[in-house]
Design a protein around this ligand. Sequence first.
Ligand code: IMP
Length: 425
Amino acid sequence: MPVTVVVGLQWGDEGKGKIVDSLARTSDVVVRFQGGANAGHTVVVGEQEVIFHLLPAGVLHEGVENVIANGLVVDPATLLGEIDALSKLGLSLSGKLFLSDRAHIVFPYHRWQDKATESRAGEAQLGTTRRGIGPAYSDKVIRHTAFRFCDLFDESSFRKRLERVVSEKNRWQEFFGDGESILAKELADEYLDYFGRLKEYICDTSSLLRDRDSSGKRILLEGAHGTLLDVDFGTYPYVTSSNCTALGALQGSGLPLKTMTESIGVLKAYSTRVGSGPFPTELEGKDGEWLRERGREYGATTGRPRRCGWFDAVAARYAIELNGIDRIALTKLDVLDQVDPIRVCTSYTSEGSEVSSFPAEARVLEKVEPGYVDVAGWTKATPDVTRFEDLPPQAQGYVRRLEDQTGAPVSLISVGRKRDQIIHR
Ligand code: IMP
């Protein structure tokens, strides 16, 4: 049965939430496989906006199982907050949510470290979400100072080890931070309390997923962030600390390679990014501001204004090839309804020569000259359109131009914020 992965192909915020929500309706299991509460997708249900930082988008659908897999770093307080918010809407996650016993735990000192490291970096700040993501993944790799959910089953060894780790983190905080310190006993009590509430969801999710796959269930792997924020292949160091690509989906979920059947890439009809880092097609000044307001481009997690710019087909081609994308979901086409002409970046030039592959170095990408083609706009409203043939001819032309440029077919087009404003092609 199909195992489909959905990933962002830009710098996150491509509108994956709505696409995943739409695909979740025909899935049996929806899986988050990387990142943490630095992600945020907004799904509009009726008149109500729901923002998830950790919960997979399948939680809103009847009969869908949801997995928070091994590849995540999970802040238990945030997760419980989301579970409680859903329970207030009358949705219980009992028997519907599974949290990996191998997922790593985010502690308050990770947020300190994130904040202090960013402040000390001055001009070289990455612009992180300050949710402690980098420090939590660092601890995972360092190992001595990391905790996974399975470590909470043995209370006395958890308390003992946490005491040692907290004393180390307190020393770090004294030296680099603002001197705030934590009492290990209080922190252990707090986290054991969270554990008590989360225990019913904790299990070996990799084995659960293999079991669901063998019994013919349809599995949807839901990427967070975007390919250009991937720690290995993104615009390093201006990236997040996890693998946000289809390549990372198997590692982060524990599904074998042979199970993967389809990869869908989400592209927004223009580009945005939050935080620092190179952005070749960025629009500065009034045009950028106009696009930000029109597209409501403010971070779902931090509320920060997003930087906005034209569609970058060079970066999109790179992301499509890297992920092995089969088809594209194009989002926010309606945001461009009043723009004429629309520019598409089709090449980069550096020191007079065309750049043939996507640069590894941020400082090179910072300086490339984008080459644009102008595409005719349509200056007509599209939010009520439900069939591709009914889009204005220029809008159809824009979609085809993106297909030509990126080499992948566009099979879903989103033309508004509501769930049903989506064209299946
Ligand atoms: P971190 O993931 O909080 O460490 O932040 C690292 C970089 O990734 C920063 O530039 C963030 O703004 C960016 N980032 C992290 N998560 C997201 C996301 O979900 N959407 C867009 N940017 C993100």
